[in-house]
Design a binder for this molecule. Structure first.
Ligand code: MN3
Length: 199
């Protein structure tokens, strides 16, 4: 079964003014589509053709650079769209809020550390919040790598991710990645993040 790009769970302009319509259109329809097309090409006629995306991620480092980059691109973007929502943002609640306070001192302290992970990622990549042995961790990955892969040092169950590739913010924020990261908090779907948090 070939992979397909899932429909955005909201309208392209729904995240404005924080993330603009044109960025969402190009990001979802062109970038995500290209990862899916190239992933499908990379697995067509191989033993990996019928594997789930999660299975491909687990072995991404040993399968091929094409599956690592494009499979990562597919998994990461699907996860990213669901991590955002219109009229979202604000503060996490309940058990997730408690875990954030416990791990990072405060919600403000957590956001500072997460932003720093995104800002200091050289070139393109992702910042992540994940759970690991019942604790929350922040880390970042290069390119389209993610914490599910058998590569790198960012090993956890991701519950929130932020795309810090220039294509995610350049039209509206140009070179100001920090401004994009600050705006990102206005559209984080904490309800979804809390659902993913199973310590
Ligand atoms: Mn992207």
């Amino acid at each position: 079964m070939a992979f397909t790009v899932p429909a955005l769970p909201y309208a392209y302009e729904a995240l404005e003014p924080h993330i603009d319509k044109q960025t969402m259109q190009i990001h979802h329809d062109k970038h995500h589509q290209a990862y899916v097309d190239n992933l499908n090409k990379a697995i067509a006629g191989t033993e990996n053709e019928n594997k789930s995306i999660e299975e491909l991620m687990k072995n991404a480092g040993s399968i091929s650079p094409a599956v690592r980059n494009n499979g990562g691109g597919h998994w990461n973007h699907t996860f990213f769209w669901e991590s955002l929502a219109p009229g979202a943002g604000g503060n996490p609640e309940g058990r997730l809020a408690d875990a954030i306070n416990e791990s990072f001192g405060s919600f403000e302290g957590f956001k500072e550390k997460f932003n720093a992970a995104g800002i200091t990622r050289f070139g393109s990549g992702w910042a992540w919040l994940g759970s690991q042995n019942g604790k929350l961790v922040i880390c970042s990955t290069p390119n389209q790598d993610n914490p599910l892969m058998d590569v790198g040092e960012c090993k956890c169950t991701p519950i929130l991710g932020c795309d810090v590739w220039e294509h995610a913010y350049y039209l509206k924020y140009q070179n100001k990645r920090a401004d994009y990261l600050n705006a990102f908090w206005n559209v984080v779907n904490w309800k979804k993040v809390a659902e993913r948090f199973k310590p």
